[in-house]
Design a protein around this ligand. Structure first.
Ligand code: ADP
Length: 472
């Protein structure tokens, strides 16, 4: 089976968020399942790519622009960078929405034309998020006109529904097929993601619960009606994490290596983390960590307010994150107020993140919505017990100690201060029981969130899509 991945990001080349991890890692696992995957990415002017891209594989003309395709091998995987005169002059992956919409639409359609130039006919187009949804829309129209495309099916994965892209400019006419699709609300009729949602043969999200949630008004962002209509073509498949990259037994960023059977060694990491951060609270209390983009989605405010109501308890807290200025400001105030026991590190720091995963006792994740979430899986792998709002992928991976025999964390339902504070209070009570806590940590460490699991689910879905007739 031949599958074309197209996306705005893929690790290790360009990474802004979780999207890059999925597009960077899933194809490698599919490759080992005998799927012939090629990944198309925009050629951003980042150092990493410039140094490693080889000589051009092909050149073609796309609407008057010269496009050059640079191939790059990473292990068993072919990545094709779409560059030449089309190469983005942007130093950053994302910028202003109107321009981004135009730039990613051009990239998406050029990636499709590239297949024709290389005479490589994919059985399936797997597009990701709004940036590459235009390819799915284009394919739907093209299938009727071009023998090259008539047998190619499409899957659009929604990693984050609220990001839908800007209005497609009047210069583009490839979406006419779907423009007449009155299932979409008026405001959505020219936006890439909504058009992709009505055009794709199949849709998926990055967790089973998020696939359900986006069909409700609370999470559907006005597209819940269309998503309900397409529910029979919508799947949720959980993302994985790379177990070699995230391995507390062999992580150079951790002062003390440990695994499920040597958890006491982990305490040394906690002690050194406290020292590194200069925390001077009660060392007997739990150390709570939070590693996140500072975005309304992540409920940082809910977490901080909940901790404030528990000021009488002996916790310590470290927040590592960057993003929204208002949330940054609030976090700064919070750490000033509790300067003995709170550190706010306003930055992006891979190694500190690893030391927090490997040294904190509790990982706080009070998200308002969470399509999948990776931090709870990494936390569990590193023995930090997740305390999360029960939503999206968090609900699919975190099992509350009260609800299940082999609980691996703590959950709360509503994203409110009271609900979060109650869950934190529950966690503190269990934390005082060393053996029980160890059990919970070990349950988390025994979970299998590896890509092998997800990749076989994707393969099963691909087979179903490719075998199905266009019309059933
Ligand atoms: P999202 O993709 O919505 O940002 P995820 O939980 O899926 O959230 O993935 C976030 C990833 O980025 C995790 O690997 C997390 O450790 C990492 N991360 C987030 N913020 C930071 C930061 N400030 N420093 C280091 N790593 C971070």
């Amino acid at each position: 089976m031949k599958v074309l991945f197209i996306a705005a990001e893929a690790s290790p080349w360009v990474k802004v968020g979780g999207l890059a991890d999925v597009v960077g890692e899933l194809p490698r696992y599919l490759r080992s399942l005998e799927v012939e995957v090629r990944v198309a990415l925009p050629y951003y002017p980042t150092e990493r790519q410039r140094d490693s891209a080889g000589s051009a594989l092909g050149e073609f003309n796309f609407g008057g622009t010269k496009v050059t395709v640079f191939p790059l091998k990473n292990g068993n995987l072919d990545t094709l960078f779409i560059g030449g005169d089309m190469q983005s002059r942007h130093q950053t992956v994302y910028g202003e929405l109107v321009e981004d919409t135009d730039r990613f639409t051009k990239f998406s359609l050029a990636a499709m034309q590239m297949c024709q130039v290389l005479d490589w006919q994919p059985d399936l187009l797997h597009a990701h998020d709004w940036h590459t949804a235009p390819a799915v829309v284009w394919l739907k129209g093209m299938r009727l006109r071009s023998p090259f495309w008539q047998d190619t099916k499409s899957l659009l994965t929604i990693h984050n529904l609220p990001y839908m892209g800007g209005e497609l400019s009047a210069d583009w006419d490839f979406h006419k097929v779907s423009d007449s699709d009155h299932r979409l609300p008026r405001w959505a009729m020219r936006k890439p993601l909504p058009l992709g949602i009505t055009s794709a043969d199949w849709l998926s999200t990055v967790s089973p619960t998020y696939a359900q949630e986006i069909q409700t008004p609370e999470f559907g962002k006005g597209l819940e009606g269309v998503l309900q209509q397409r529910a029979h073509r919508l799947r949720g498949i959980l993302n994985g994490i790379d177990y070699q990259n995230w391995d507390p037994g062999a992580d150079p960023a951790l002062p003390y290596a440990f695994d499920r059977n040597t958890l006491p060694a982990r305490e040394q990491n906690g002690r050194l983390l406290r020292e590194e951060l200069g925390l001077g609270g009660d060392p007997e209390g739990p150390m709570i960590g939070m590693i996140t983009r500072l975005d309304y989605q992540k409920g940082v405010d809910v977490g901080l307010d909940a901790l404030s109501t528990l000021a009488g308890e002996p916790w310590e807290f470290v927040l590592l994150g960057t993003g929204d200025p208002a949330i940054t400001h609030k976090a700064g105030d919070f750490s000033n107020r509790y300067s003995e026991r709170v550190r706010f590190v306003n930055g992006f720091d891979h190694n500190l993140a690893r030391r927090i995963y490997g040294g904190s006792d509790i990982l706080l994740i009070p998200s308002r919505y969470e399509p999948c979430g990776l931090s709870q899986m990494i936390g569990m792998r590193y023995g930090s017990v997740p305390l999360a709002r029960s939503t999206g992928g968090l609900r699919d991976t975190v099992y509350d100690v009260e609800a299940r025999g082999r609980g691996n964390g703590f959950l709360f339902d509503e994203p409110t201060t009271t609900a979060a504070a109650n869950a934190i209070r529950r966690a503190f009570a269990v934390y005082r029981d060393e053996n029980k806590w160890l059990d919970i940590q070990q349950n988390g460490m025994a979970m299998d969130f590896s890509w092998n699991q997800s990749a076989s689910k994707y393969l099963a879905l691909y087979e179903q899509i490719v075998q199905a007739s266009q019309y059933d």
